[in-house]
Design a protein around this ligand. Structure first.
Ligand SMILES: [Zn+2]
Length: 370
């Protein structure tokens, strides 16, 4: 059963191995491309039809570490799992579409054409003939449009289609390499269009800026910049309008419970400290004395020993994380309230405190992140 196939592969292999394009004239080259395209369509047809059988029998289960037939075929054919699954699905649908299957077997349809037709003709089998005609005359782009029209017409309930687009909605972040990422947003047309509409005025501004600096940017690149600017702007607005997250984090202190914040904001000095965490630096100095207000802030923020798991809340001492002797500043970010035990351990073993809030740890000074 395999003989014809294997002999063909072998003789084709020898033929291609010594093929010398330079020896062909233009007409011969053109003819040969047509022949190879025909061969490719036949190979696609054979591969597609048989791959359905592999999925059906579950044969690949005994054949290595593959999750399913799609993963197996992606590996065998050197393609993506998505493409391989589309092929297998086409094979399944072809069983109910004899005319398309026959045209595929005859080498008159490509893989892409068969996948498009099989989806649309499954939605409306009466359109199968017309789609086959379209495949022969309209090119791949024209065929895909025709298929989209057939699918849209076949689906009578638009609300249902909208709902299914809504259910499938997604925003996916993908890491492409160590320097490049990708975002793909997919969902109901009006909602995706709404995002693009919101970008438009920002894009307009960026376009003017780019023109002023005489640097030409592609529209897609400007849209990207607009998206980033929109994200930056909304983060700023959230911070300025007292959104719950950003202000509740104090540099060097970490997240602060909202009720503590509310008590602290009555003190205008602490208010400044909290609204802008870096203000903790402005009250820093090289001395060991801790200003009363800084002490009050610490007492509010660290009601117990800051070391995780230690809930001692009496006789706490204030430790300079980077010691004063080593130019450690008397500033909020460098101060921690600790129990006597943890204070002594830290000093004797020359440790540093790392972490957030009252959930910190002691690590060797050399391990402390800069
Ligand atoms: Zn402790």
């Amino acid at each position: 059963m395999f003989e014809v196939l294997r002999e063909s592969i072998e003789s084709l292999g020898s033929f291609v191995a010594v093929l010398d394009p330079a020896a062909l004239d233009g007409v011969q080259a053109k003819e040969m491309v047509e022949d190879f395209a025909q061969l490719e369509r036949l190979a696609s047809a054979g591969r597609t039809l048989v791959s359905g059988r592999v999925a059906e029998t579950g044969a690949r289960a005994n054949d290595g570490p593959y999750r399913d037939a799609g993963a197996w075929m992606a590996d065998v054919a050197g393609t993506t799992i998505g493409r391989a699954k589309a092929t297998i699905e086409a094979a399944t649908r072809l069983a109910a579409l004899p005319s398309t299957a026959a045209a595929f077997r005859a080498g008159s349809l490509s893989q892409v054409q068969v996948e498009a037709i099989s989806v649309a003709a499954t939605a409306n089998p009466r359109a199968e003939r017309a789609l086959l005609v379209s495949a022969a005359t309209d090119g791949v782009r024209g065929l895909k449009d025709a298929c989209a029209r057939v699918e849209a017409a076949a689906s009578t309930d638009q609300a249902e289609r909208y709902e299914s687009a809504r259910v499938r909605r997604s925003l996916r972040f993908r890491r492409i390499s160590d320097v490049e990422g990708s975002l793909e947003m997919r969902g109901p047309l009006d909602l995706t269009a709404r995002v693009m509409a919101a970008l438009e005025p920002i894009e307009g501004n960026l376009f003017e800026e780019a023109r002023a600096s005489e640097c030409r940017e592609e529209p897609a690149a400007l849209a990207f910049d607009a998206m980033v600017r929109m994200a930056d702007d909304s983060a700023t607005v959230a911070f300025e309008s007292g959104g719950s997250r950003a202000p509740a984090t104090i540099v060097g202190v970490g997240p602060v419970p909202v009720d503590v914040l509310q008590r602290l904001v009555h003190d205008s000095f602490l208010k400044a400290l909290i609204t802008d965490g870096t203000d903790g630096l402005s009250v820093s100095h090289l001395g060991r004395t801790i200003p009363v207000r800084l002490r009050t802030a610490l007492e509010e923020l660290q009601p117990e020993c800051v070391i995780a798991g230690c809930h001692t809340d009496r006789h706490l001492e204030i430790d300079h994380n980077v010691p004063v002797e080593e130019q450690g500043l008397t500033a909020l970010w460098n101060l921690n309230r600790v129990c006597r035990h943890h204070h002594r351990v830290k000093t004797v073993k020359k440790l540093r405190i790392v972490g957030e809030g009252t959930n910190k740890r002691l690590v060797p000074a050399s391990d402390e992140p800069p």
